[in-house]
Design a protein around this ligand. Structure first.
Ligand SMILES: NC(=O)c1ccc[n+]([C@@H]2O[C@H](COP(=O)([O-])OP(=O)(O)OC[C@H]3O[C@@H](n4cnc5c(N)ncnc54)[C@H](O)[C@@H]3O)[C@@H](O)[C@H]2O)c1
Length: 347
């Protein structure tokens, strides 16, 4: 299959690109190269004959049309987005513009291309989204595909809007779509402004490990390479027009997660004295911080037979090992705008 992957220089998109090429798919990586992008993430496939890169913005319809015409993809996997909740609190405009208007432009470019080809049913537009569109859970329960949307941050509202656009393009125009909503990802190449890399890198630098509020917020963690595997499975086997929730059933409070990372670091790179956990510091909470997310993955498990391959303990260990072995990658990103600063407290 020839895949047009948007956002393939980001964290999850690059895992999809690497896996798809390894599985013999042709991949066109379309990315605007924002502050969150890093072409190093796809360096391992950069010279591969199955790989091509197009620097373009999904808000630029003319560029999208040119790229569809030039590459003639069989499917689109749409991951390009502004993705950091804290940045969406400080500046929601980019989130509306890229995640909502950009998705609209991509849908329209894809629809024109698909119609011109005679509306093949084998074409796929796979929209990649987040569990954050479902809002915040109490102590019990899980998000299913039937959970009503209740987004609460500018980021999740913009993703919810894009999900609705994709559904509408399927119902109104018949565009062959599949959709996925995934829980929090972690793993190699995670941009150093997100919780897990921040904790690892601050720990190594002897800096405070910031925990928002009391650390009781719960997230359901999935290793990024398992997410990429699930995405390719949904693309190839998912039922047309259907959405699939993807999660690892690995709920952890933020405080537990940070303590686990500290224990792994204590083991792999012990400090001269004490534990990395001594650096844990509680800071002002994020405004509107959702209490708990948890995914019910029954549909993708029962219909498509998908299961994550890595436990959270194993995945976190692999992640810490990767950051210890790849200092050159993360050092280069630490000077990017806003990285290392506390964002999203202005509300
Ligand atoms: N990170 C998570 O835990 C998570 C969980 C579920 C779903 N998602 C979704 O998965 C997708 C990828 O997330 P991520 O964490 O890899 O994000 P990321 O921020 O690491 O990467 C986003 C990529 O999109 C590109 N991009 C941004 N705006 C663009 C534009 N206007 N035109 C073209 N490219 C643009 C960036 O340059 C970057 O390479 C997003 O749609 C996100 O909503 C993320």
């Amino acid at each position: 299959m020839k895949l047009l992957v948007t956002g393939g220089a980001g964290f999850i998109g690059s895992a999809v690109v690497r896996l798809a090429v390894a599985r013999g798919h042709s991949v066109v990586n379309l990315d605007a190269l924002t502050y969150a992008a890093c072409l190093e993430n796809v360096a391992s496939v950069a010279d591969h004959p199955l790989y091509a890169f197009e620097q373009a913005d999904i808000r630029d319809r003319a560029a999208l049309t040119r790229i569809f015409d030039r590459h003639q993809p069989d499917a689109v996997m749409h991951l390009a987005a502004e993705s950091h909740v804290d940045r969406s609190i400080d500046g929601p405009g980019d989130f509306i513009s890229t995640n909502v208007a950009g998705t609209y432009e991509l849908l329209e470019a894809a629809r024109a291309y698909w119609q011109a080809k005679g509306r093949p049913e084998s074409f796929r537009f796979h929209h990649i989204s987040t569990d954050e569109v479902f809002g915040s859970l109490g102590a019990t329960g899980q998000f299913t595909e039937e959970t009503p949307y209740d987004p609460r941050s500018p980021y999740s509202a913009s993703k919810a809007a894009s999900d609705h656009l994709v559904q509408a393009w399927h119902h109104t125009y018949g565009l062959p779509v599949v959709m996925t909503n995934c829980s929090n990802n972690y793993g190699p190449y995670h941009f150093p402004e997100k919780l897990i890399p921040v904790v690892i890198l601050n720990a190594l630098a002897g800096k405070p490990l910031p925990i928002y509020g009391d650390g009781s917020n719960v997230r359901d963690w999935l290793y990024v390479e398992d997410h990429a595997d699930a995405l390719l499975l949904v693309l190839e086997k998912g039922t047309l027009g259907r959405s699939y929730n993807i999660g690892g059933e690995n709920e952890r409070s933020n405080l537990d997660l940070v303590r686990t990372l500290c224990a792994i670091l204590d083991d792999l790179r012990p400090k001269d004295q004490g534990s990395y956990a001594d650096q844990i510091t509680f800071v002002t909470d994020r405004p509107g911080h959702d209490a708990r997310y948890a995914i019910d993955p029954t549909r993708i498990r029962d219909e498509l037979g998908w299961r994550p391959s890595v436990t959270v303990e194993e995945g976190l260990r692999r992640t810490v090992e990767w950051y210890l072995a790849n200092e050159g990658w993360w050092r280069a990103l630490q000077s990017r705008d806003g990285v290392g600063e506390r964002l999203g407290v202005r509300a």
